[in-house]
Design a protein. Structure first.
Length: 153
């Protein structure tokens, strides 16, 4: 097989309280911060609803790469609860990263944001999510990232 079979699962739009970011400080892994996710939405053929408050555990590594580790509760339009955890990395040139650190919104061609996602649910209609392998790409906005998440396989 030479192609990766995939299907769009959902678009995930997050609202992040950048002003409320907690700075843990410089650790052996890098600069550790926690960004509060205040809400958002998700939509797709089989998944629609709202994002409940969660957080992004961010590390800016010494090599300039920003690692993300996001944990969110999702509530579907029909009231089911889903836990979403995704991890990934944000790559950009040192100049672009420095501008972003000053609050500048980068152009999509200046960076790469890629994640792998895992879902958990006990809701009967969403048990299928427990076996989904998912990956996605993201784009910055002033309010927070917007991801396109794809089911693989």
């Amino acid at each position: 097989m030479t192609e990766l079979k995939h299907k769009h699962l959902m678009t995930l739009t997050l609202s992040v309280d950048f002003a409320g970011m907690m700075v843990i400080g410089q650790t052996p892994a890098g600069l550790r911060r926690i960004a509060p996710v205040t809400g958002g939405s998700f939509s797709g053929e089989r998944l629609n609803g709202k994002v409940l408050p969660g957080a992004d555990w961010v590390i800016n590594r010494p090599d300039g790469v920003m690692e993300i580790d996001v944990r969110l509760p999702l509530e579907t339009d029909d009231g089911a609860m889903i836990y979403l955890n995704y991890q990934g990395r944000f790559l950009a040139t040192p100049d672009a990263m420095a501008r972003m650190a000053k609050g500048v919104l980068l152009k999509p061609e200046e960076y790469s944001l890629a994640v792998t996602a895992k879902f958990e649910s006990g809701a009967e209609n969403y048990l299928w999510l427990n076996n989904v392998v998912a990956a996605g790409t993201g784009e910055q906005t002033a309010d927070g990232p917007v991801y396109s998440i794809f089911e693989i396989g």
